[in-house]
Design a protein around this ligand. Structure first.
Ligand SMILES: [Zn+2]
Length: 155
């Protein structure tokens, strides 16, 4: 049994991912990080009581960048709930990697590394072959005039 506070009303609930039974607040995205910080994953029971008092008194909870980073890292490690990329997202990223540039796949990899680990590694899987093919194509383009000149000389 775990304990977590609602970031909006300070009410207790069992799981930081749950919808608050008191006010209906549902933590998503950044809110999920704040909700995690306000749970017994991060705070002691006493600290949770103090935080609950602060929220009930109307003080908004504003975690520092450092705390957000801690939450992001902790959630990234245990995020088995990351559904990863959809088929369409993967095709889009792959198409972009092959036709335009593999850069977006690399950016996605870095961007999601902590928050969406599964999506990040899928991006990585697209970025590698995309980069190889893109590099080979660039090399071919660069060498083409030289190869043509060589062929003409030979013939
Ligand atoms: Zn609430």
């Amino acid at each position: 049994m775990s304990r977590a506070l609602c970031p909006r009303c300070g009410d207790d609930r069992d799981d930081y991912r749950d919808i608050c039974p008191a006010c209906g607040h549902r933590p998503i995205d950044e809110g999920l990080l704040v909700a995690w910080l306000l749970s017994d994953h991060h705070l002691t029971d006493l600290q949770l009581d103090q935080a609950a008092d602060r929220i009930r008194d109307g003080h908004p909870i504003r975690p520092s960048d450092r705390q957000i980073r801690i939450a992001r890292r902790a959630l990234g490690r245990t995020f088995s709930s990351d559904p990863g990329l959809s088929v369409n997202e993967r095709l889009l990223l792959l198409g972009c990697s092959l036709v335009l540039t593999p850069l977006p796949a690399w950016v996605c990899f870095g961007w999601w590394f902590n928050a969406r680990p599964r999506a990040a590694w899928q991006s990585f899987g697209i970025a590698i072959p995309g980069s190889v093919i893109f590099g080979a194509f660039g090399l071919w383009l660069a060498l083409r005039p030289w190869l043509q000149a060589l062929a003409e000389q030979g013939g």
